[in-house]
Design a protein around this ligand. Structure first.
Ligand code: 5RP
Length: 260
C-alpha cells in the first residue's frame, strides 16, 4: 500500500507473571506486527490457547490507536472455540462466524509441537476441529508459540501427551481398538475432565478427544494423519499437515525465532 502508517502507540505494556509469558507475548506480538495487513485483510482467524491470548491483545492495541482504528474496527474475527470468542470480545474486536465468513485472510494459532517441516501437533486445548477448519480456510496460517514447542526434527520429540483425535462419542471404543490393533498404537487415552470420575471431556462439537501415543517420534506425519483419519468414528486429527506458513517461537529474553 502507498499509505505508510506511523508506529503503534501504546501505553506501557502489561506486566507479566513469568519469563514464559514473555516468550509467548514476544512471539505473538511479532507475528501480528509482521503479518497483519491493515489495508487488505478483513477476516482474521483467532485460535486457542495461552499464546494466542497475546495475538488478540495486540490486535486490540491496534484498535485503540487512532491511526489504525479505522482499519481494525472493520475486521471480522473468527474464533476456534469458546475461549477465543471471549478473547475477541474482551479485546473489543468484531466477532463473526465461519459460516458467514468462510474465506479467512489470515489465521493465528498456537501449537503443541512444530517439526522441522512446519507440520504441527495441535489439540492440547481440545479445539482441534475448529482450529483445523479455521486454519485451512485461511490464505495464511501463522503459528505463535514459546520456544518449548519447536522440535529439532520430528513430531513427538518434545510433546509426550500423544496426538489428539476428535471422535464421535459412540465410536470411541471402536477407534481405540482400531488404533491399538490396526495402527499399532502404544497407548490410547480418552481425555478425562478435571477429576478421575468426571468422565470424558466433551468438545464444542459434542465429541470426545482421544490422545494416542505411538512408539516414539513420528517419521511420516502425513501418512499417519491419513491412516488415523480413515478410521470409522474419527472426526479430525491434531496433525496439521502442510497448513502452516510460518511459525514464530518466542524466548524468555524477548527474542523471537522465525521458521518458514
Ligand atoms: C488448543 C491448541 C493450542 O493452540 C495449543 O495447545 C497451544 O497452546 P498454548 O499456546 O497454550 O501453548 O491446539 O487445542
Amino acid at each position: 500500500s502507498p499509505i505508510q502508517l506511523p508506529p503503534l502507540k501504546i501505553d506501557a505494556l502489561p506486566t507479566l507473571p513469568n519469563p514464559l509469558e514473555e516468550a509467548k507475548r514476544s512471539a505473538a506480538y511479532r507475528a501480528v506486527d509482521e503479518n497483519l495487513d491493515f489495508f487488505n485483510h478483513k477476516v482474521i482467524g483467532i485460535g486457542s490457547g495461552s499464546t494466542v491470548v497475546y495475538v488478540a491483545e495486540r490486535i486490540g492495541q491496534y484498535l485503540k490507536d487512532e491511526n489504525y482504528s479505522k482499519y481494525v474496527s472493520k475486521f471480522i474475527c473468527i474464533s476456534t472455540g469458546f475461549q477465543s470468542k471471549r478473547l475477541i470480545l474482551d479485546n473489543g474486536l468484531n466477532f463473526g462466524v465461519v459460516e458467514q465468513y468462510p474465506d479467512i485472510d489470515i489465521a493465528f494459532d498456537g501449537a503443541d509441537e512444530v517439526d522441522e517441516n512446519l507440520q504441527l501437533i495441535k489439540g492440547g486445548g481440545a479445539c482441534l476441529f475448529q482450529e483445523k477448519l479455521i486454519s485451512t480456510s485461511a490464505k495464511k496460517f501463522i503459528v505463535v508459540a514459546d520456544h518449548r514447542k519447536k522440535s529439532p526434527k520430528n513430531l513427538c520429540t518434545n510433546w509426550t501427551n500423544g496426538i489428539p483425535i476428535e471422535v464421535v462419542p459412540s465410536a470411541y471404543v471402536r477407534v481405540k481398538n482400531d488404533l491399538l490393533n490396526k495402527l499399532n498404537a502404544k497407548n490410547v487415552n480418552i481425555r478425562q475432565g478435571g477429576s478421575f470420575k468426571a468422565g470424558p471431556i466433551v468438545t464444542d462439537n459434542n465429541n470426545f478427544i482421544i490422545d494416542v501415543n505411538f512408539n516414539g517420534i513420528i517419521n511420516n506425519p502425513k501418512q499417519l494423519h491419513s491412516e488415523i483419519k480413515s478410521l470409522i468414528g474419527v472426526v479430525e486429527t491434531g496433525l496439521f499437515i502442510d497448513n502452516a506458513m510460518k511459525a514464530y517461537f518466542g524466548n524468555s529474553d524477548g527474542t523471537v525465532e522465525l521458521q518458514e
